[in-house]
Design a protein around this ligand. Structure first.
Ligand SMILES: [Fe+2]
Length: 284
């Protein structure tokens, strides 16, 4: 399934596999005046090709290495001759993609090796200039693209929702929070999210996400300081592991979020102390 929707000058593409006629997991990618931001999953390659073949397409930029965003880079650069630009770490992974879990192959398909060029600090799209903002957390190489004159933030997989309580292996909570602070400071009006598409009230959404995760980290830190075991903290803060943990072959779960908080517990202890002294969050 590939659905095209116009949002002013931005064109939104909504891609997914379907099961019994219903989309299973949606990935969005976007087109703005000759620029494509992400490419959608490989399972949608033919539809993506048909949708883009009559559009003036000058270049592609990538938000991060995951296959639902890079799956058609190879097709776009080889068959359509469109150059792809990405973070150096994304380029490294795209040149030799790792084997991925079965659920990812089923939902999105793998990402064939593809060549890309290093991103600059900004990227042009007709009259628009987008700032490339490194925003680690979801993945080390994650980049958001911000168009300041309209307040548009192409947020890849950095936002996704406000009260998510699960991580893929390797996600880093401190990098997530630092990236959210960086994006909140820009005061974006609209988010163009990899999962949810166009969303209004961008800054407020980012703030709510930050506050939700900060409160969760505070609860974990308090319990850790009170001497509770990891199991007890997990049970009190997260409840049960989600079923998707098993479906994802242990690749995605609440336990990875807890692990990331505990791995960074000294950061949270110090930040809580600072917050109690000076109102750490008042700047946001
Ligand atoms: Fe992702």
């Amino acid at each position: 399934m590939l659905i095209k929707k116009t949002c002013g000058d931005v064109t939104e593409f909504k891609a997914a596999r379907t099961l019994l006629g219903r989309p299973v997991y949606i990935t969005h990618f976007f087109y703005l005046d000759g620029l494509l931001i992400d490419t959608g999953p490989r399972h949608n390659a033919r539809e993506v090709f048909e949708a883009l073949r009559n559009l003036p397409l000058e270049k592609v930029v990538i938000t991060h290495q995951h296959e639902d965003h890079t799956g058609n880079c190879n097709m776009l650069s080889r068959e359509m001759g469109v150059p792809v630009y990405a973070h150096p770490e994304t380029i490294r992974v795209m040149s030799s993609p790792p084997d991925i879990e079965i659920y990812r192959k089923i939902m999105w398909g793998d990402s064939p090796p593809a060549e890309a060029f290093p991103l600059g600090q900004s990227v042009s799209a007709g009259p628009y200039t987008l700032q490339a903002i490194h925003t680690g957390g979801h993945s080390k190489d994650h980049v958001c693209y911000y168009e300041p004159s309209n307040g548009w933030l192409f947020s890849g997989d950095l936002y996704l929702g406000e009260n998510l309580t699960g991580f893929m292996i390797g996600e880093n909570i401190v990098e997530h929070l630092t990236s959210l602070q960086k994006l909140i400071a820009l005061k974006p009006s609209l988010l163009f999210c990899g999962l949810k598409g166009r969303l209004d009230n961008g800054t407020e959404r980012l703030k709510r996400k930050y506050d939700c995760w900060w409160d969760l980290c505070t609860r974990v830190t308090d319990l850790y300081e009170a001497g509770k075991s990891h199991r007890e903290i997990f049970s009190k803060v997260f409840g049960r592991e989600i079923l998707f943990y098993y479906f994802s072959q242990s690749n995605w779960g609440r336990r990875y979020m807890l692990r990331s908080i505990i791995n960074n517990i000294e950061y949270f202890k110090a930040a809580q102390k600072k917050e109690s002294l000076s109102g750490f969050r008042q700047n946001l």
